[in-house]
Design a binder for this molecule. Structure first.
Ligand SMILES: Cc1cc2nc3c(=O)[nH]c(=O)nc-3n(C[C@H](O)[C@H](O)[C@H](O)COP(=O)(O)OP(=O)(O)OC[C@H]3O[C@@H](n4cnc5c(N)ncnc54)[C@H](O)[C@@H]3O)c2cc1C
Ligand code: FES
Length: 367
């Protein structure tokens, strides 16, 4: 009887192992697409190994399509036109592509696989995006959950970017996290400094990249990032400016104000910084000092949940009720917003109600 049971167990195990082996071999065989050609903008042919996503395939060839969500199919930053070879539209692409975009063969580079020859169209500016090796030069604790990190570029390399743009940080495996991920972070230093950049990173509980930055990254570590990316940058006009950004959303606003300090401006500017309590305030002195630097600048921190013990005598609640006092000439006002998708949509709605033209409201959604 025991012999029979042992025989059955051995037989089942052998069948299991055989099936697993067949699946591995089939997977290898099925995903072996051989060498394929990616034709870019009708000009350039890349010979690549098939089977990877278009995003990863291009990245392996040092062509970096924006991918703010790290290829998870949630940001839509990796949109590009695929003329031939993209296969049918995938269910994971539909939510992020409008009907006109779908009709125009716009696809998500992180979702489609390169399985055969493919013809794509991408903006020429993408060829200016590069990968930068860097060394961590400084880590500053701004608050209990926000750090400022300076990345020194290596080998005399410099970076050109516009104030407000972002880079994509590439993590290394750490602790139990075995995979590398890519996440977007706005540059908080000014473009006039081009041999290093600073990022301001908030710890997201359980977040893969922000935990790596906060708990594992040390001065002297080598880190790669790509960039610069994004069309959230300071427009070179004479319009009044309203900045609205809380938490780590202060990063690109810092870059913009430091840049304006370099080039000089007499634009009328107000910055609303939303935070929960005084514990969430940081760089307050530096931002208040901009009131001395510029002819017409006001820094307005607004706390939503100050406790009585904090003795906060500044503004409280939401930032929106205070817009009225800051907007003098709505048609001639630009707004720069940075933060969660919820904050961006509530503030945008309010600004439109105050008469600011929608096409002058620029934002980076950190969600
Ligand atoms: C253009 C752009 C610029 C950005 N700039 C900055 C910046 O300057 N500083 C900065 O700190 N962040 C910035 N972010 C956000 C950043 O890219 C990451 O999304 C964030 O750091 C979380 O990544 P993670 O790997 O730690 O968390 P993940 O592993 O991606 O997420 C873990 C969990 O947290 C949730 N989550 C993800 N992001 C957030 C969030 N922001 N708040 C709350 N919950 C979240 C997820 O839904 C998930 O459940 C920017 C994002 C974009 C798109
Ligand atoms: S990288 Fe975010 S949707 Fe493709």
């Amino acid at each position: 009887m025991l012999a029979r049971i042992l025989f059955d167990i051995a037989l089942m195990s052998a069948i299991g192992v055989t099936l697993a082996l067949i699946m591995v071999i089939a997977q290898r065989w099925l995903s072996n697409y051989g060498e394929v050609t990616v034709n870019i903008n009708g000009k350039r042919d890349l010979k690549v190994k098939g089977g990877n996503s278009l995003l990863a395939t291009l990245s392996d060839s040092q062509i970096f399509i924006p991918s703010a969500c790290g290829g998870r199919g949630s940001c839509g930053a990796c949109k590009c036109q695929v003329h031939e070879g993209g296969g049918p539209l995938l269910p994971t692409e539909r939510p992020l592509l409008s009907k006109p975009e779908q009709a125009d063969n716009i696809r998500l580079a992180c979702q489609i696989k390169v399985k055969s020859d493919i013809k794509i169209q991408i903006p020429e500016e993408i060829f200016n995006i590069r990968r930068f090796p860097s060394v961590i030069e400084e880590i500053i604790d701004y608050t209990y959950d926000i750090k400022g990190i300076t990345f020194k570029l290596q080998d005399g390399v410099t970076i050109d970017f516009k104030a407000g743009q972002y880079v994509q940080l590439e993590t290394m495996p750490y602790g139990k996290v075995k995979q590398k991920v890519v996440r977007a972070y706005s540059i908080s230093s000014k473009p006039e400094i081009n041999d290093r950049i600073q990022l301001i990173i908030r710890l997201v509980p359980e977040g893969i990249c922000s935990t790596w930055v906060h708990k594992f990254l040390q001065v002297g570590d080598k880190v790669n990032f790509t960039g610069p990316y994004g069309d959230f940058y300071l427009r070179d006009t004479e319009a009044d400016i309203l900045f609205v950004a809380g938490g780590s959303g202060k990063a690109p606003i810092k870059s913009m104000l430091e840049h304006l300090q370099e080039v000089g401006t007499n634009r009328k500017m107000t910055y609303f910084f939303g935070a929960r309590t005084t514990k969430d305030l940081y760089l307050s002195e530096e931002f208040r000092n901009f009131e001395n630097v510029f002819d017409d600048f006001l820094y307005v921190p607004v706390l939503s949940h100050p406790s009585a013990e904090e003795n906060w005598d500044g503004r409280t609640g939401f930032v929106m009720p205070y817009f009225k006092e800051a907007i003098r000439d709505p048609q001639n006002t630009e707004a720069y917003l940075c933060g969660s998708p919820g904050m961006i949509s509530a503030v945008t709605k309010s600004l439109i109600e105050h008469g600011i033209p929608e096409d002058k409201i620029y934002f980076d959604s950190f969600g």
